[in-house]
Design a protein around this ligand. Sequence first.
Ligand SMILES: Cc1ncc(C[n+]2csc(CCOP(=O)(O)OP(=O)(O)O)c2C)c(N)n1
Length: 285
Amino acid sequence: MKLKNMGTPVANTWCPACPNFLILSSAKKAILELVTEKHAKHNDFVGVTGIGCHGKIYDYINIGGFYGLHGRAIPAATGIVLGNPNLKVIAFAGDGDAYAEGISHFINSARMNPNYALFVHNNKVFALTTGQITPTSEKGYKGKSTPDGNPFPTINPLALALQAGASFVAREYALDIKNLTATMKAAIKHKGFAYVDIIQPCLTFHNFSDYVKDKMYRIKPSKNLESAIKTASTWDYSLNPKAKIPVGIFYKENRPTLGEMFDTKAWHKVKRTSNLKLWDTLRVK
Ligand SMILES: Cc1ncc(C[n+]2csc(CCOP(=O)(O)OP(=O)(O)O)c2C)c(N)n1
């Protein structure tokens, strides 16, 4: 198996030089290396996407999968891995997808710990629909929906995920293929909900690449949750000129996955008669 076998013949319609190309390369490389290292078979990988520029990755990467609805990559990924725990499920979402439409799924995945990796292509904007604000667009951003500037504060999705109980939380930069590939591999290997926010400036509708370029510094995973939350809170996704942006794995812990906590494969075998008995007791005589 070679890197060229990880692609597809589908014509790529991302804008020239979009950092999504580098997320694609890193994901292909991560999967290929995991296959070569015999961590999993090529056929075990499943890609799930939301709707947006990020979602097109589904067409360009040679794995099976599911093209989801906007904001619904997370529940689709959860369902797939509960249905077949042997699969290596990777969900690709946008920041609009995961932090706006899909925010409740994001928080509950962090709480419930289903065993899949979530890669969020975070360009701080709804890109496919040409530039509306998302919860990580900075205050003041002038886009299609906010010509006078975004009046709302940002959310901090890393701090949110950590507070909700996520068992693997990381941030990477799309242009740093080496570290992005390594963190993707670690996320896929992690047992539980492994979330990576990938900074991916949109060169057409929200180009903040000059802002992030000199601000990143690499961290090691924190020893405890409190210090991970503290580190995550140091960048609030604004474009504050004094901010520094930590990248790398913030936090990692082992705890039971959703699939381990419940025998989800046995659910379909539960006899309805037991429910009928329950109805009998509830029925008005
Ligand atoms: C429920 C729903 N709401 C809105 C849309 C329209 N829509 C399609 S793509 C998109 C923007 C996607 O933005 P994001 O998730 O940030 O991904 P990006 O394009 O930036 O990769 C929107 C709003 C939709 N398809 N479905």
